[in-house]
Design a protein around this ligand. Structure first.
Ligand SMILES: Cc1cc2nc3c(=O)[nH]c(=O)nc-3n(C[C@H](O)[C@H](O)[C@H](O)COP(=O)(O)OP(=O)(O)OC[C@H]3O[C@@H](n4cnc5c(N)ncnc54)[C@H](O)[C@@H]3O)c2cc1C
Length: 390
């Protein structure tokens, strides 16, 4: 079967799955009750969604990212939280293990990730290390048989449910020097000394966030991911994939918000005519549509570069920033066009609008993306602006 045929089967199965398991009233129920989609993961795995872009040699379907981005757009056009949990399995679980994992990690952990049995949460952010990831203060010290981790991570999505926490720590420089050095660990969530505190927030209620305390947590040596001292490279290696996934997801959400606003503007009559007949509203809808198309074209180009094996650092930053700004624009105007009807709790518009606010600073803020783009343009940078992840 060709890639196009496989893609069209997967897209139809996504639509059927959403109709059956996540109709609009169920999405609202989950959002209002803060219910994550963990119960749906076995079905997502069965549909092949957790391994779609993974090479066949590693147990995946080997679909190109041009297809994966369309799948993620379709998922998020129904429910962004489905796109988000899939992204986590693929980008924080499968891909880092494929790129940097040991043979044992590939044999023992990877199949569980692809089957949806092992969720990996990315634990990078700390109270003092947001955009400035190199300010990570959490430390790991070498002990007999492994490492002991002490510190705190914050705003870690899905951490409580994860089996492994991909945790970046400061470690002594391998050459004994005083340059800061970082290592990535697959810390077991259930290890003694790990404490979770849930964080309350404005939106994205189906993706719970946690503050994590690590109190002298033992991590066996075989759960170090990638070379000791190269934790940044290990985590940064998969950013283009997660940014492509997030950008595709925000396009799906933007399209859903646009479709809702358009239908409302055509059906809502004021002053004896549909509000869509007023040029101010009509042009606003056109601008929203154009912005969505622009962002979608950028995601396609990013996916094409990824499939061609390019580093795509500049393109992934540009696409992430453009797509997430676009979603702000579309949900802001979608809310304006629907007015009270969009602000009502039963309208998905208020959820799109609330949830959208995260993406311009989550997954690496758009200011930091612009610094990455500036760097690739050879522009001088000021101070220590250097985070290029999460
Ligand atoms: C719901 C949610 C889920 C998250 N999930 C995860 C997760 O799973 N794993 C994880 O590790 N983290 C996660 N995060 C953390 C997220 O990645 C950070 O919020 C993000 O990196 C920004 O860091 P900060 O919030 O500390 O903002 P800060 O770094 O304090 O930045 C504040 C503002 O200053 C700007 N700024 C900072 N430095 C510069 C600069 N050099 N130049 C210009 N502007 C600058 C920023 O762009 C921002 O606008 C999550 C956060 C949220 C809210």
């Amino acid at each position: 079967m060709g890639d196009d045929e496989t893609l069209s089967i997967i897209l139809s199965s996504v639509d059927a799955f959403m109709k059956r398991r996540l109709p609009p009233e169920e999405i609202r129920r989950r959002d209002e009750n803060h219910l994550p989609p963990y119960d749906l993961v076995p079905e997502l795995a069965e549909m092949g969604l957790l391994r779609a872009p993974i090479a066949e040699a590693h147990g995946g379907l080997g679909l190109p990212w041009t297809s994966m981005c369309r799948i993620q757009e379709r998922n998020a056009s129904h429910a962004f939280f489905v796109c988000s949990i899939i992204n986590r399995f693929i980008c924080f679980g499968a891909l880092p293990i494929i790129a940097f994992g040991s043979q044992t990690q590939k044999q023992e952990i990877l199949p569980r990730v692809l089957a949806g049995r092992t969720l990996v949460a990315l634990a990078l952010t700390e109270p003092g290390a947001g955009s400035d990831a190199r300010a990570v203060a959490m430390r790991a010290r070498k002990v007999d048989g492994g490492w002991r981790l002490t510190g705190r991570k914050t705003w870690i999505s899905d951490a409580d449910h994860a089996e492994l926490l991909l945790t970046l720590c400061r470690t002594p420089a391998p050459d004994g020097g005083d340059q800061p050095s970082y290592t990535a660990f697959l810390a077991p969530r259930r290890a003694e000394g790990v404490a979770m505190t849930p964080l309350a927030k404005v939106g994205n209620h189906c993706m719970p966030s946690f503050d994590i305390g690590y109190d002298d947590v033992f991590v066996p040596g075989e759960l170090v991911l990638g070379p000791v001292g190269q934790g940044f490279q290990t985590i940064a290696g998969t950013l283009k994939y997660s940014r492509a996934g997030v950008a595709s997801g925000v396009i799906g959400t933007a399209q859903a918000a646009f479709d809702l606003a358009r239908a409302h503007a055509i059906g809502r009559v004021q002053f004896g005519q549909p509000v869509a007949a007023f040029q101010a509203i009509r042009h606003r809808l056109v601008d929203m549509h154009v912005e969505i198309v622009k962002a979608r074209l950028m995601v396609r180009e990013l996916a094409r570069l990824i499939d061609a094996g390019e580093a795509a650092e500049e393109m992934s930053s540009m696409t992430k920033a453009v797509a997430t700004d676009m979603l702000q624009f579309v949900t802001h105007h979608g809310m304006q066009i629907m007015a009270s009807a969009g602000y009502a709790a039963e309208s998905p518009m208020q959820r799109y609008w609330r949830d959208a606010r995260l993406y311009t600073f989550g997954e690496g803020s758009n200011e930091i993306q612009k610094d990455i783009i500036a760097r690739s343009l050879g522009l001088p940078t000021q101070g220590r602006a250097r985070r290029d992840m999460a």
